[in-house]
Every structure is written in C-alpha cells, then in structure tokens.
Design a protein. Structure first.
Length: 437
C-alpha cells in the first residue's frame, strides 16, 4: 500500500490532483477557525471550555462542521446544508415528475438538478444561519455557560444580518471548494470535506477521554476506546463490502451478420443499500422535539418529559426510538430510491432476464422480495452501529457525540473506501498496481 502511494505521487498528473486536494483541505480547515463579525471570541472560548466537550443538541451539526459550529466561525454551518439539500432533492425526484424527467435526460438534466440543489443549499443556509444566531443570542447554544448571553454583545439588526450573510457565504464557499475537488482534484469532493470535518474532531475527543480517565492516568480508557473503535471499523468495512448479486443473462441478438448479447452479469444489491441517510434522518427527527422544548417558555409537562427522555443519548427510550426510526427510514429510503419496476423494464428492453424468472412484472416482484430480505439485516446493522459505540464508550466517560459514533464511522469508512478506489482506478489506468491487491 505504501508503494502504491509512492507511485501515485510519482505520477505527475495524479500528484497535481493530490496536492490540489490537500491545498483545498487546508483552506477549508483555516475557514473553520475564522470567527464572523459581531462575535465576542473570548466569551466563545470561555463557554467552549465550560462545556467540557458536551455539545448538547447541536452535536450533529457541530460534527459535520468540524467543530466550527460552537466556535461560530465563517464555516459554522459546514457542509450540512448541502447534504440536507441533496437528500431533499433526491426525495423530491420521486414525487415531482419534472425532476424525474430531468434525471432521465442524462448529463444536461443532472446539471440542472445540481443547480436546484445549490439554490436550496443557499436557502437552507440562510434558515440555519438565522437559527444559529438566534440561539447564540438567547444563550441556548451554550446551556451550561454562565456568560452565554454575552457571546453576541451587539444585538442590532445590522449585526444580525451581517452574521447570517457571512455564514451563508461560508456555506457557498464550502460548496464551491467541494466542487473544485470533484473537478480538479481526486473527485468526490463533498464527501471528502465531510470526512475531514469529522476526522478533525477525533484527536481532541480522544485526548479528552484520556484526561477524564481514572485508570493509569487515563491510558486504559484511552486504549479501550481505540480497541472498540478498531473493532467497529472492521465490522463496518466487512458489511459495507457485502452485497447480494442477482445473476442476469442477456439473450443473443443478430444485427446484420454480427451477434450481440449473450453475456452474463449481475445486479449488486448492497446489504447497506441506504448508506448513512437513515441515521441522519433519525437523528434529525429526534432533534426536533428537544429543539422546540428548548426554545419554549415556561415549565410545562411535555417540556419536562422531552427534556428528561429525548435529550440524553443513553436514555432507554431515546435508544429504542433511535433504533426503530433507523430501521424505518432504511426501508423508506430504499423504497423511494431503488425503483425495481424501472430496473425490470430496462432489463426487458435490452433482452435481459434473471434465470428462472419471467421478464417484466415477475422480475420486479422478485427484485422487491430480495431487496426486502437484504434490507432487514442492513437496517438492523445500521441501528446496532449507531447505538453500540454510544453504549460502549459511555463507560469510558465519552459524550454522546463522540466522533467514533455510528454516523461518523459510517461516513469515514465509506468515504475512505471510495477515495481509495478512485485513486486505485487512476493507478491501474497507468499500468500500476492499486492499493487493494
């Protein structure tokens, strides 16, 4: 593997892509430490220190921003508005005929859908930026800080609008940097930025566990966390590579004097067909009641119940709801993103069939049956990956937003494997051996 890295840097064009990607990553991390105008930087640092690593309700957003959210910097919103916009557009493609028609138009339609995603990203950035400023002004961003209300000393309309514009511009810049990596770098730009955001918080979280540990100055807890993380990463790699291959046979066709078709291939159905989307959906849905309760005034019964049951990641009710929602959204997302009828029609159009299954509707029913059977272990695996690290690491004094949680591990492993495959394919085009021998 080290030899492959050396060969990658010895290849001139690939070396330029890698250096360019590293330069974009440096710019992205610098922007995550530049505070926006109107924020008292000293007060923010004091509140972050008093929080002691607990990120409360904003852990998911802070995770995708690489820790920039709680610092209230230019890249405070990070890549999350673009991720949300992409998921929304993908879901609307199934519902809105216009978007579905654009998806079938090829490259031109995909470019138009990408443009719609950018517009929606800007709208979501304005909305989330406004919510972040309002939360910081009310002191709810740092609930355990005694000087949280002084994070934004100037509460004029001009200052508020300027802060929202700065964060929206930062989100647009992050989106542009991701597209630059896709076009001129090694590809998969948005995913790489998301990978960097999550990986950037890992060293500080590990060191905080070591400092909070009591056995052998914290080194035993530190080593235990590393062992648990490696075991979970190994399980994720194993399952992410697993797939159910459905054989497909194409009949021979005579066109003139030439014979076409007659080949055998397969349809790969991954065990985790939905990826990390169900985990994000479940986290966001459980985030909403706690957010509403936090901003509501008074001490009503429902607010007390939500605060006691839906704000702590180690609460039994929270764990059960989180697991059930992940399983539900796994089936929901696959049902709307994988159209078995369209796949069956495409196979029939080109003379393909599954051995033993008639073409057309029987093929679609068979694919739905197999997909449901495969989705069950995949959804249960997602639920366990999202919960087991939380439960295991809680014994070492880690917070519920520890970077080795389910969402972060799935993203880090998935993006890492995809990036290695892309570099490997470019090496193989130049007659070099790849990373995976």
């Amino acid at each position: 593997m080290l030899t492959a890295f050396i060969r990658a840097f010895r290849t001139p064009d690939l070396r330029k892509k890698l250096i360019f990607t590293l330069g974009i990553i440096v710019v992205y991390r610098l922007g995550a430490h530049v505070p926006i105008p109107g924020v008292d930087y000293k007060t923010v640092q004091e509140c972050v220190g008093q929080a002691s690593g607990s990120q409360g309700l904003f852990g998911l957003v802070n995770l995708f921003s690489g820790g920039a959210l709680l610092q209230i910097t230019v890249f405070a919103l990070g890549i999350l508005p673009y991720i949300t916009a992409s998921i929304i557009i993908q879901l609307l493609t199934v519902v809105i005929p216009r978007l579905e028609a654009l998806k079938k138009e090829g490259q031109a339609g995909t470019a138009q859908i990408t443009q719609y995603t950018r517009y929606l990203t800007v709208a979501l950035a304005v909305l989330q930026g406004t919510g972040l400023v309002a939360t910081a002004r009310s002191g709810a961003l740092f609930s355990g800080c005694t000087v949280a209300s002084g994070v934004i000393p100037d509460r004029s309309v001009f200052t508020t609008v300027s802060m929202v514009i700065c964060m929206t511009a930062g989100t647009c810049l992050v989106m542009w940097l991701g597209e630059l990596i896709t076009d001129r770098g090694i590809g998969n730009g948005m995913s790489i930025l998301m990978f960097i955001s999550i990986a950037a918080t890992t060293p500080s979280a590990l060191w905080s566990i070591k400092q909070q540990g009591k056995l052998a100055a914290g080194w035993i807890e530190f080593g235990g966390v590393i062992v648990v993380a490696l075991a979970v990463v190994g399980l994720v790699v194993f399952v992410e590579q697993a797939q159910r291959r459905i054989p497909v046979q194409y009949a021979k066709r005579m066109i003139g004097r030439r014979s076409y078709g007659g080949t055998s291939t397969y349809i790969p159905l991954k065990v985790n067909q939905a990826g990390v989307v169900p985990v994000i959906f479940a986290s966001s849905l459980l985030y909403l009641p706690a957010l509403v309760a936090q901003f509501s005034s008074g001490e009503s019964g429902w607010k007390t119940w939500v605060t006691q049951n839906l704000t702590k990641g180690d609460h039994p009710l929270y764990i059960c709801l989180y697991f059930v929602l992940i399983v539900f959204f796994a089936f929901f997302y696959i049902a709307i993103s994988f159209d078995t009828g369209e796949v069956a029609d495409g196979m029939k159009r080109y003379g393909g069939f599954i051995p033993g299954i008639r073409a057309g509707r029987p093929t679609a029913e068979y694919l739905s049956y197999v997909l449901n059977r495969v989705t069950w272990p995949g959804s249960l695996y997602l639920g366990l990956i999202a919960l087991v690290p939380t439960i295991a690491l809680a014994g070492f004094g880690a917070s519920q937003n520890f970077p080795f949680g389910g969402t972060s591990i799935l993203i880090i492993v998935g993006v890492g494997l995809e990036t290695v495959r892309q570099i490997e394919s470019q090496l193989q085009q130049r007659n070099y051996e790849g990373f995976l021998r």
